[in-house]
Design a protein around this ligand. Structure first.
Ligand code: SF4
Length: 558
């Protein structure tokens, strides 16, 4: 394998790799703004210029300096060369570029949302100079409302053109362009065309400075207060890897977690802004029970007792039970639901909840490195739920067949355990009709017609408030972490089921067997051992975490 030296570090590389890639793969940082791995390479920001010494074949391979600095993002590494981003010439260029970029920059970090995650700040600290020689008036550029979710603060823009290239090469919608020239140059939308496409807000993430801003996040939080939890898209079948960023139990934004095998560097706007139902006023917060025809608040021990007694009585009178498992739930929760209902009725009628489909799948940048799919299927785990239920039961019905069978008097269904957890209303008229005069237990997150009609309602948790595994549209099993605590008295379906199983098995906190606490890793192992679903141990992709970033600033005691 060819090798070269970058700042004295010997680096192996594949022929054709750029100097920037070789350095990055070997842990050597070369500053860059306009380069992004999924986009074309204009080599325009010039901060990545490096000094290259290459072997001269006419002089027995003696190393000779190439007279001009070369852009590391665009220049392939060559065998035997020596590359310097820390030589006096390269450093002088970095300082010059930083000075140039800051000439007209407002340096308004104290009020900029990007402060704390801004490459202009970081590189200014690392490669810039502590003072400005510029005494003239700064050119002021306008603030622009460029799309439903995005603001452009033009005076912070460094003209890297990442955003323009994203709309040309990835979303292929070309809403953005460069207008004017010289110091008047700026980014703009084409007249009458808003920056509004299903993946538009990714430009906010790839903007290296605070020029493109998220309207929803504007002035909400300083980024250093946010905690990042690795998660998976919880509202569509894409399985996009993302970070939930939260502070004090509230989600503030979702960001893509780069994964070249799934979502590359992107998430759709629908996923990015689809978390708001987590903090909805309509969330169910307490267990409810039916009392004299209306729904009243109760506590968990009474609710669990009512459920257990209700199902036991139905079975004593030879009625059948039905179980509806939502495709919004995790694989582990599907297993616990199946386990619990089998404990009451081994022949229960089992179905998968409604699978919302909106339009058709949309593939962006087909065949390119940044290729990205927006799924039409608006639930995260239909395949995983089907996989688990299929290992428990001979027949797993789709939603329409489930409703039909529950409606059919011959099946003698007298009680049903239903799960929802959709971000919007999901209960159909047909389902409500099918459940008339039956004993209904509902585990759900949002209040609905059914929560008012159910005999017992248990408030459950959204995907951000629990952990587990989803299987995406391509059959990839991915685990995710709990980001925030469940709202008020709600609990994840997994814990609700563990509580019900504890009650059925007579376990309580005073007993040596101890009640079981929901633990997705243990349940995956149980599924592998008892159902033969070994893929839940061998094939689950766990979130890859970057090393924690240590501050290089000195702490000052006040
Ligand atoms: S708005 Fe951001 S991404 Fe677009 S050119 Fe300016 S600095 Fe680059």
């Amino acid at each position: 394998m060819p090798t070269c030296k970058v700042n004295g570090t010997t680096c192996e590389f594949q022929p054709g790799d750029s100097i920037l890639k070789v350095a990055w793969m070997n842990g050597v940082e070369i500053p860059h703004y306009c380069f992004h791995p999924s986009l074309s390479i204009p080599a325009s920001c010039r901060i990545c210029l490096v000094e290259v010494w290459a072997p001269n074949p006419r002089k027995d391979g003696k190393l000779e300096a190439i007279p001009k600095l070369l852009p590391a993002c665009q220049t392939p590494a060559t065998d035997g060369s020596a590359i310097f981003s820390d030589s006096p010439k390269a450093v002088a260029n970095q300082r010059a570029v930083m000075e140039y970029l800051l000439i007209n920059h407002p340096v308004d970090c104290p009020v900029c949302d990007q402060a704390g995650e801004c490459y202009l700040q970081d590189y200014s600290f690392e490669y810039g100079s502590g003072e400005s020689r510029f005494e003239e008036e700064k050119i002021k550029q306008p603030k622009k409302d460029v799309g439903p979710h995005i603001l452009l603060y033009s005076d912070r823009c460094i003209m890297c053109t990442r955003c323009v290239r994203f709309t040309r090469e990835i979303s292929e919608t070309s809403e953005l362009c460069v207008v004017d020239r010289g110091s008047g140059e700026q980014i703009d939308v084409f007249p009458g065309l808003a920056l509004d496409n299903p993946i538009a807000s990714n430009v906010i993430d790839i903007c290296p400075v605070g020029a493109l801003l998220d309207k929803e996040f504007l002035f909400q939080q300083r980024v250093w207060f946010l905690k990042q939890t690795p998660s998976i898209d919880g509202i569509t079948a894409s399985g996009d890897n993302l970070f939930i960023e939260h502070n004090q139990g509230r989600i503030h934004r979702l960001k893509p977690r780069p994964n070249e095998e799934v979502n590359k560097w992107w998430i759709s706007d629908e996923v990015r802004y689809g978390w708001e139902f987590v903090h909805s006023e309509d969330r169910l917060r307490f267990p409810l029970k039916e009392q004299l025809g209306s729904s009243v608040e109760t506590n968990f021990p009474i609710a669990y007792e009512l459920i257990d007694r209700g199902f036991t009585e139905i079975r004593r009178e030879e009625g059948r039970l039905a179980l509806l498992v939502s495709p919004m739930l995790t694989c582990e929760e599907a297993h616990l639901l199946a386990d619990y209902i089998k404990g009451h009725d081994a022949d229960a009628i089992v179905g998968v909840g409604p699978v919302p489909i909106e339009g058709e799948d949309q593939l962006f940048a087909e065949g390119k490195r940044g290729e990205f799919l927006v799924c039409a299927e608006k639930c995260p785990n239909k395949r995983g739920v089907q996989r688990v239920l299929g290992a428990h039961f001979e027949e797993v019905l789709d939603f329409d067949a489930f409703v039909e069978k529950v409606t059919d008097k011959k099946t003698n269904v007298a009680g049903a355990l239903l799960t929802g957890n959709y971000p919007s209303q999901w209960v159909t008229k047909e389902l409500k009709k099918a459940l008339t005069k039956k004993f209904i237990v509902l585990l759900d997150t949002l209040a609905s017609d059914l929560s008012g009609a159910a005999n017992v309602v248990l408030p459950s948790a959204t995907w951000a408030e629990k952990s587990g595994t989803f299987e995406n549209h391509a059959g990839r099993l991915q685990a995710f972490e709990q980001a925030i605590l469940p709202i008020e008295h709600s609990k994840g379906e997994g814990q609700l089921l563990e509580d019900l199983i504890n009650l059925a098995e007579g376990l309580n906190a005073e007993m040596p067997g101890k009640p079981r606490i929901y633990n997705p890793a243990r349940i995956r192992q149980v599924m592998a051992d008892t159902l033969g679903l070994s893929e839940f141990v061998t094939e689950v992709h766990m979130p890859m975490l970057g090393a924690a970033v240590e501050s290089d600033m000195e702490l000052v005691e006040l």
